[in-house]
Design a protein around this ligand. Structure first.
Ligand code: NAP
Length: 517
């Protein structure tokens, strides 16, 4: 069985405690072990700050971009092996695995392109030079300078590759060294990513901690950053740490979300926009077995069309073959862990007690599995005549589960119920009516980091709303954690200090083109 090691202080290291075991969620076979107990984390963090930080700060933005392109190309070269690991340790279908792994290389490439356009600039400048005095001599400009610490990238179990890629791209481009901390249960992919990439990076710029290491955030100081993706419970623990609560360590949180899809009252069954809506809801429910922070959990329609929507969704969901993702034809695999399976089944039970279950059975045929083995959860569609179902707006059931609710006949009603999710990552509105769209943007915009308007004109080209694009903001207020990631250059801001630089014009011109640490 593979032992996954950590890379700290420029070398491969094993922990000294009881190993943690990682499983294949389709067969329950053990696939790897890891252990972070006993690692000298403090020395590893210092090495990253000292060696990695100074190496990155000597590079121009374009040179940092070349490192990102190297990472992207390396991931692409090892794509097949990474897909196999995602299938065996993540329960991913091949298509799920590609979504994660290609998403990582595409995001890194996108940021490499942004950086290349900066030529030999050392500093990312923000806005125009502003005249501050009576004459043109006294001026000011904002500049983003890399924080002189280390960025600890703590990721959730569902996107071991993309989670790495999106955080690494922004941190390295901003000029901060990274320590990658993947979720333990699915760490095989991220551990392998570090293995294939680390020798291509300057010493100290890329480190990893594989295995549970809850002490890690307590070793950080005011120039360091925690970029966290995971549950709101863990986020709450991180926020309460004195190192964070005192305001010293910068923390970005990407957490839960009860993403809503709203079918506009103008949309007729059978239209392009209607078909797009059906495609997106069924894809978001089943891709990665519903273990996506951006998956659609709440589906709102008018009363007039709800029954038709239910029947059409049930037909689509019934065509999804569930089973061992290594078997041919399987379109949805298991959830990632036994714990996850227990949580999802318990969540379904609560929701089902407040709604009607219209699709989903424990006894559906599983393809390519051994009797009783694997952390499988049935695809589950629940239905309610009205949106007045408290649990649906309160609890994220992180699996292939959504609730269809009728009685949402106008923008004001839709806005009220969407907002009950208390802050989300993405809301998708299916409409061809521009005045309804405008009303919905005003209703749901303040509650989300991203709003997707799906209409006939983009039906043939827009990906489903769960697809996060590097050029657009990812994050959301409230329940979603209040964080922001990606969105082009905005995503680098977490890892940099925005400095208002004031002085004489000649001095600023000379400095800002060339500044190094
Ligand atoms: P989790 O249990 O909160 O774990 C997330 C990460 O935090 C893991 O790497 C975990 O390490 C680490 N961790 C746990 N407790 C910690 C502590 N006390 N100190 C430091 N690190 C700690 O979440 P998960 O089960 O992996 O992920 C599922 C959740 O993530 C869902 O709620 C989902 O909505 C959310 N999510 C959000 C986004 C987004 O972008 N908003 C994306 C994906 C997932 P160990 O595994 O070693 O314990």
């Amino acid at each position: 069985m593979d032992e996954l090691r950590s890379h700290l202080s420029g070398s491969w290291q094993s922990g000294t405690g009881e190993p943690q075991i990682l499983y294949n969620p389709a067969t329950e076979e053990a696939v790897a072990t890891c252990c972070a107990t006993g690692l000298d984390l403090e020395a590893g963090l210092d090495f990253a700050r000292r060696e990695g930080g100074s190496a990155l700060r000597k590079l121009s933005l374009a040179q940092r971009g070349q490192l990102l392109q190297t990472l992207a190309s390396t991931i692409h070269e090892h794509r097949e092996a990474l897909i196999e690991l995602a299938i065996s340790n993540g329960g991913n279908t091949r298509s799920d695995a590609k979504f994660d792994i290609d998403g990582a290389s595409a995001t890194l490439s996108y940021y490499a392109g942004l950086a290349a356009a900066k030529g030999d600039a050392m500093v990312h400048e923000d806005g125009e030079m502003l005249q501050l005095g009576q004459s043109r001599r006294f001026v000011g400009r904002h500049a983003w300078l890399p924080r002189n610490g280390v960025a600890v990238l703590i990721n959730a179990f569902n996107f071991p590759a993309w989670g790495f890629g999106e955080k690494a791209a922004c941190a390295l481009l901003a000029g901060m060294p990274i320590v990658v901390k993947p979720a333990t249960s699915t760490a095989c992919v991220a551990a392998r990513l570090v293995e294939i990439a680390v020798d291509k990076m300057p010493a100290g710029t890329l480190s990893s901690v594989v295995g549970s290491a809850h002490v890690l955030p307590t070793l950080l100081g005011y120039q360091d950053v925690i970029s966290f993706t995971g549950s709101s419970q863990t986020a709450g623990r991180l926020r309460a740490l004195p190192q964070v609560a005192s305001g010293a360590v910068r923390l970005n949180v990407e957490a839960d979300s009860l993403n809503a899809a709203v079918l506009g009252p103008d949309i007729e069954a059978g239209s392009d926009t209607y078909n797009m809506f059906l495609r997106d809801v069924s894809r978001e429910m089943t891709q990665k077995a519903g273990q996506k922070c951006t998956a659609i959990r709440r589906v709102f329609t008018s009363s007039a069309i709800r029954e038709r929507v239910r029947d059409d969704l049930v037909e689509r969901l019934g065509a999804v073959r569930v089973g061992n993702p290594a078997a041919a034809g399987v379109k949805m695999g298991p959830v990632a862990t036994a714990q996850q399976r227990g949580d999802v089944l318990a969540g379904i039970e609560v929701l089902a007690s407040q709604t009607r279950k219209v699709f989903g059975s424990e006894h559906a045929e599983l393809v390519g599995t051994q009797d009783g083995k694997g952390y499988f959860v049935p695809i589950t569609l629940l239905e309610s005549d009205t949106p007045d179902v408290p649990g649906v707006h309160d609890d994220e059931v992180f699996g292939p589960v959504a609730t269809l609710m009728g009685g949402v006949d106008d923008a004001a009603t839709a806005g009220t119920w969407v907002a009950k999710g208390q802050g989300g990552l993405v809301c998708s509105i299916y409409t061809d009516d521009r005045s309804y769209a405008g009303a919905m943007l005003a209703e749901v915009g303040p509650h989300h980091g991203r709003v997707m308007f799906a209409s006939t004109k983009i039906a043939d080209q827009a990906p489903s709303p769960g697809t996060v694009l590097p050029s657009m903001n990812h994050g959301g207020p409230g329940r979603a954690g209040g964080g922001e990631e990606l969105g082009g250059w905005y995503g680098t801001g977490l890892y940099a200090q925005r400095v208002a630089v004031q002085g004489d014009r000649g001095m600023l011109d000379a400095m800002l083109g060339k500044a190094t640490s």
